[in-house]
Design a protein. Structure first.
Length: 217
């Protein structure tokens, strides 16, 4: 009988924990879904995504051109170098935005608390501000990962499909294409002609590639 009571108690505790975790997850998803429907949250996330994606893509183009011109003998080494850059930029993008948004949102909550003369901890306002930080940091981190990793893809088939020079050319072309897509995407928001915005962004990739071509050594 005692063992039966212990098992029953454990099952009750386990069920309570599962229900609590499920409610917490569903609540988090509900908050995130509500936040993604807000234009102010989407606008900030877009800026972080495109800005850091731009940085990541230009970094990848620079790594590719520098690696090929330096005589690195195999594509795997270029991929490793690029992955190191992706880790560094991705971490920087997520960490910096999380801390920046934490400070900004805390300041906003403090102002609201002073105006309302109440504590907003564990309220809808607090949960939404925290959820917005998650959205912004995620978008900020995805940008450079996409910008760095996609141009590196040709180097994964170097030696079987491409030579080093060919992989470098295709990688730079992919990077320029990503920049053009960023430009076209932002043109939809600004109402500008998409091809003008695409060309303006793509030009940056050509400039970085050109500068690396003429660097000494």
């Amino acid at each position: 009988m005692p063992s039966t009571l212990v098992v029953s108690a454990m099952l009750v505790v386990l069920s309570t924990l599962i229900v609590s975790a499920t409610i917490s997850v569903l609540s988090t998803f509900a908050v995130l879904r509500r936040l993604l429907g807000r234009e102010d949250v989407r606008a900030i996330s877009r800026r972080y995504f495109v800005s850091n994606g731009f940085d990541g893509t230009l970094t990848s183009i620079g790594v590719i051109v520098g690696a090929v011109l330096s005589g690195i003998p195999d594509g795997l080494t270029v991929v490793k170098i690029g992955l190191g850059a992706a880790v560094g930029l991705g971490t920087s993008a997520v960490w910096s935005v999380w801390e920046i948004e934490r400070a900004e949102t805390q300041a906003k909550i403090n102002r609201l608390e002073r105006a309302m003369l109440t504590d907003l901890d564990d309220t809808r306002v607090h949960h939404e501000q925290r959820g917005a930080r998650v959205v912004h940091a995620t978008a900020s981190g995805l940008g450079p990962l996409i910008g760095i990793l996609i141009p590196l893809i040709p180097f994964t088939v170097e030696g079987t499909l491409f030579s080093m020079a060919e992989a470098g050319f295709v990688g730079v072309a992919l990077g320029i294409g990503i920049l053009a897509v960023f430009g076209a995407y932002m043109s939809r928001i600004s109402g500008q002609r998409w091809y003008v915005s695409a060309l303006r962004m793509a030009l940056a990739g050509l400039v970085v590639a050109g500068i690396n071509l003429f660097l000494p050594g």
